[in-house]
Design a protein around this ligand. Sequence first.
Ligand SMILES: [Zn+2]
Length: 98
Amino acid sequence: MTDDTDPESNLQQWKETMQAEHEEAIHSPDLDADHRIEGVTQVSYRVYFAYDSDSGSLKRERREQVDELHDPELLSCACGVRGMTPEEATAHIEAARE
Ligand SMILES: [Zn+2]
């Protein structure tokens, strides 16, 4: 008995299914759910330390912000849709308002 399961094509099929479900979730939102777009982003700081000879350890002395707050590249919605580009998130909210 031969195993005709091709892992490559299964993976491809899975990706296509996931992509189709993602598109569906973006463009056909559940109108009863709450839709609120959010994302996580980071700001970097340079942190300066001072040596404290009493305790023999470094103590954080001050910090300096080294970059500006940027919008995250991927956004999610309170309804559970994740991994949307800003364009997709906009389309999602517009579809939810219809
Ligand atoms: Zn939503």
